[in-house]
Design a protein around this ligand. Structure first.
Ligand SMILES: *Cc1c(COP(=O)(O)O)cnc(C)c1O
Length: 434
């Protein structure tokens, strides 16, 4: 299978796509055409990893990783992704994507990319250094995924005092091949440092830099697996195509579901839920695509003013007029996020995170007819214990912490503080001989 850039026609193989992250012309990689997977021809009983193999195989046919694909999948999808019915009388489930090591769905993509990159790099002489600027969740998932892997190092940069205490712990508890940097500045400063070091003449001759942010197709493709798997299971059990409501920010998570449906899996409607950063919702309702700076909300992992995967979405599926037929989007205010967390807790005794609450609120606004005549999965993107300062006051009790997360919170922290200055960044990379 060939991949092209959203900005040109040069074709790339999957291994290059994974290692580079972004095309040479600055565009995003997309498959030249989506493979079609006939699910009727698949075995009756499929585990999550079986579905993963069926879905990923066409993309990896020509990869040097092809013979290792099942092992890579086993390494990265070792936790469960259950669907949990919310109320006996309604056909709606939470699809729990947060049972990985850092308790958010980003563990799926980060784990897969890490397993691939570590293997791809085993024959290179220049060390591969993966850079991640993070506003909170991504850095933790990427660090957890790459920690201890041979042939690859990771530098995580996060803005001082702008991530929660628990997030900070997940960014700083690693050591070994993970270097954690606290930047005296904003998330934008962290991103700017990463951009600059990619073209730094002094260091680019010594290291190969890559990025593990969500525009890397190696994070996006594996996210299609849980949509493919859960829709297939649901279809086989009920005969119905299930609809999805998906909290999204950078359009990665929503895009992954569109890919699963595009490959032929029995996915019904796709509704995206966004927070007050409402660009996607407005665009699908006819407004122009005018990126803005992001607004801070309770669902902070979705605080994106300029969703970078839009370019990929258009490249694959077209502009607003075409997209309107494929997806819809709802914007949810902080007030409604809060009331939804409380409402769901009181009604069902389930505790949800603020991101999941955007999707759950979107569902609550449907008419009874829509609710009763169709089946719905709400993507539950993070464990509420990651956002305890928001959730606990709303429900009036403590949120129990999952064991994996608890184990991280007990580890000592190690981080180095730098100013948003490229010389300081260069120096610390050399000093720490990462
Ligand atoms: C990153 C994140 C999202 C948004 O995912 P996109 O890939 O930006 O669509 C939603 N919820 C949580 C908990 C996240 O960490």
């Amino acid at each position: 299978m060939n991949f092209i850039s959203t900005r040109g026609n040069q074709s790339y193989g999957i291994d290059e796509v994974l290692a580079k992250g972004i095309a040479d012309d600055g565009g995003l990689f997309i498959p030249e055409e989506l493979p079609y997977i006939n699910y009727e021809a698949l075995p009756a009983m499929m585990s999550l990893t079986d579905t993963a193999e069926a879905l990923l195989d066409p993309y990896f046919k020509e990869s040097i990783l092809h013979s290792n694909l099942s092992q890579i999948i086993k390494e990265s999808l070792y936790f469960s992704i259950p669907s949990v019915k919310i109320l006996p009388e309604e056909n709606v489930w939470f699809l729990e994507l947060f049972h990985g090591p850092t308790a958010a769905f980003k563990d799926v993509g980060a784990g897969f990319l890490a397993s691939c990159m570590s293997r791809l790099n085993s024959t290179e002489t220049k060390p591969l250094v993966v850079l991640v600027a993070t506003s909170g969740d991504t850095g933790g998932a990427v660090a957890a995924a790459f920690y201890g892997l041979p042939n690859v190092k990771v530098i995580v940069l996060f803005p001082k005092d702008k991530v929660s205490k628990r997030q900070e712990k997940q960014l700083t508890c690693w050591g070994d091949n993970i270097l954690s940097l606290t930047v005296n500045g904003t998330f934008d400063d962290c991103q700017a440092l990463v951009k600059d070091i990619f073209v730094d003449p002094k260091l680019s001759s010594r290291y190969r830099f890559s990025s593990a942010n969500s525009i890397n197709l190696g994070r996006l493709l594996p996210q299609s697996i849980y949509y493919a798997h859960s829709s297939l299971n649901h279809y086989r059990q009920s005969g119905n195509k299930v609809n999805f409501i998906i909290p999204t920010g950078n359009l990665g998570n929503g895009m992954a579901c569109l890919l699963a449906r595009g490959m032929g899996f029995p996915v019904g409607e796709i509704v995206l839920s966004v927070n007050e950063n409402r660009l996607i919702a407005d665009y699908l309702n006819g407004a122009e695509w005018l990126p803005k700076s992001s607004i801070q909300t309770l669902a902070n992992a979705m605080d994106v003013g300029n969703p970078s995967n839009m370019e990929r979405l258009s490249g694959l599926f077209g502009q607003a007029d075409d997209l309107k037929d494929l997806i819809s989007a709802v914007s949810v205010s902080d007030e409604n996020i809060s009331s939804e967390i409380t409402r769901i807790f009181e009604k069902t005794n389930t505790i949800i995170c603020p991101h999941t609450a955007t999707a759950s609120y979107a569902y609550s606004q449907f008419t009874d007819e829509v609710k009763m005549s169709q089946d719905w999965f709400i993507a539950a993107t993070a464990h509420p214990a990651k956002f305890e300062t928001i959730v606990e006051p709303l429900i009036g009790q403590k949120v129990a912490i999952p064991d994996d997360l608890l184990a991280l919170l007990d580890k000592p922290s190690k981080t180095f503080t730098i100013n948003p200055d490229i010389k300081e960044f260069e120096q610390i990379i050399i000093d720490k001989s990462i």
